[in-house]
Design a protein. Structure first.
Length: 170
C-alpha cells in the first residue's frame, strides 16, 4: 500500500493533546493541502483562518461550547486551530467538507493529531463571530464549515472499527 493510501486508511481523530503548539511550517503545509482540495466548478470557495494565539483559541472554544450550552472544552486542549469557512457560492458546503478532509489527512501524514469540531456555522452566525470575521478582514459572506483542531497527540487511541455492509459491487 502506498503512503497516501496508508494515511487515508489509518488516520483517526485525536482528542487528547500535549500543551505545545504545532510549528508554523507544518500548519502552512496542512493549509496548502486544504487549498488544493477539489471544489465544484473550481470556484475554490473554502477560506482558512489559522489561529495559534492562545487567547483567541480559548475564546473560540468558549464560543463553540456556548452553542451546546457550555461544554467544558470542545477543542480538547488543542493549542492550534484552522477554521474552515466557505464563500456562499455553488457547492460551498461540500467544498468546505472536502477541504476539511484534506486538512485532517495532511495533519496525520505529518504526525500531528487533528479532529473536526462542528458548530462553526453557529459560531460565525453570531454577532461576536461576525465581529471576529470583520476584525480578521473577511468582509464577504461566508459560512462556517468547521474547526480543525491540531496538536501533538498525548494519548494515542485505537483506530475505530470500520462497519460492514456499506460497499456494494454491481
Amino acid at each position: 500500500m502506498n503512503e497516501t493510501l496508508k494515511t487515508l486508511v489509518n488516520r483517526k481523530s485525536s482528542k487528547s493533546f500535549q500543551q505545545r503548539h504545532v510549528e508554523k511550517e507544518f500548519i502552512d503545509q496542512i493549509i496548502e493541502a486544504g487549498l488544493n482540495a477539489p471544489s465544484g466548478r473550481n470556484l475554490q470557495t473554502p477560506v482558512f483562518v489559522a489561529v495559534t494565539d492562545d487567547k483567541t483559541v480559548e475564546c473560540l472554544s468558549k464560543m463553540n461550547a456556548a452553542v451546546l450550552g457550555g461544554l467544558s472544552d470542545p477543542f480538547y486542549g488543542a493549542k492550534d486551530v484552522i477554521i474552515v469557512l466557505s464563500k456562499k457560492q455553488g457547492t460551498y458546503i461540500y467544498d468546505g467538507a472536502l477541504a476539511m478532509g484534506n486538512l485532517l489527512n495532511a495533519a496525520y501524514s505529518l504526525g500531528i493529531g487533528a479532529c473536526w469540531i462542528h458548530r462553526a456555522k453557529e459560531v460565525f452566525e453570531s454577532s461576536e463571530g461576525r465581529a471576529l470575521l470583520k476584525k480578521w478582514g473577511i468582509n464577504y459572506e461566508v459560512e462556517g464549515i468547521g474547526f480543525c483542531i491540531l496538536g501533538y497527540t498525548k494519548d494515542e487511541k485505537e483506530k475505530t472499527k470500520i462497519k460492514g455492509d456499506r460497499v456494494f459491487y454491481i
